[in-house]
Design a protein around this ligand. Structure first.
Ligand SMILES: NC(=O)c1ccc[n+]([C@@H]2O[C@H](COP(=O)([O-])OP(=O)(O)OC[C@H]3O[C@@H](n4cnc5c(N)ncnc54)[C@H](OP(=O)(O)O)[C@@H]3O)[C@@H](O)[C@H]2O)c1
Length: 174
């Protein structure tokens, strides 16, 4: 397997995976939005999708869609699990199950995220603010905590953490 060191803005080397191979792609937040769209596209391109979210009904609905998007169609290629990324214990259990059933993911996309309703900063309810921090920051950290050691051991892996330009700029009510 070819790994190409890539310089990052942080000055730390990361690794680019060889192109063209079938990969195991772990995506958080696959029940809707970007995570779901990415999961379906990865399946269509022949990759194995490991996905998670909290809405079991949406995970159940996604399973057959992923199977039929897979080329050739396959029932058991992908793994979807009910995981709350904001809970360290839930992600720990997820990592154990992924290792047992699919092995170390080649790529991780941290797409699970939430946002508070537009509001003046001082009027954002505490529980909404907590939810944003718990999911977007602690959730990503929980995934990194449990999967980076596995990738380090395998000496391979790519991690993509989704962010938003809203997180890097100031705007009224955001
Ligand atoms: N859409 C955009 O235009 C845009 C632009 C810039 C950046 N982004 C970023 O891209 C990411 C995805 O955005 P999106 O628009 O696809 O969001 P979305 O449609 O609201 O979907 C969010 C996904 O995250 C999951 N999720 C939320 N909390 C979770 C938790 N605690 N544990 C596990 N899964 C959780 C949700 O599933 P459950 O509710 O079922 O758990 C859902 O599948 C976010 O990080 C967002 O900030 C989006």
């Amino acid at each position: 397997m070819t790994l190409t060191p890539m310089p990052t803005t942080a000055g730390i080397s990361s690794m680019r995976l060889a192109e063209g191979a079938i990969r195991t792609v772990l995506i958080t937040g696959v029940s809707r939005g970007l995570g779901k769209a990415l999961a379906l596209e990865m399946a269509k391109r022949g990759h194995c999708v490991v996905g998670c979210a909290r809405s079991q009904d949406k995970l159940n609905a996604l399973q057959p869609d992923l199977a039929s998007a897979t080329n050739p169609p396959s029932e058991n290629k992908h793994l979807l699990m009910n995981v709350d990324v904001s809970l360290n214990s839930s992600v720990e259990e997820f990592a154990r199950a992924v290792m047992e059933k699919k092995g170390v993911p080649d790529i991780i996309v941290n797409s699970a995220g939430t946002i508070n309703r537009n509001n003046k900063l001082w009027e954002v309810p505490a529980e909404e603010f907590d939810s944003v921090i718990d999911t977007n920051i602690k959730g990503t950290a929980n995934v990194l905590r449990h999967f980076i050691p596995l990738m380090l051991e395998k000496k391979q892996g790519v991690i993509i953490n989704m962010s938003s330009s809203w997180g890097r700029s100031a705007a009224a009510q955001v």
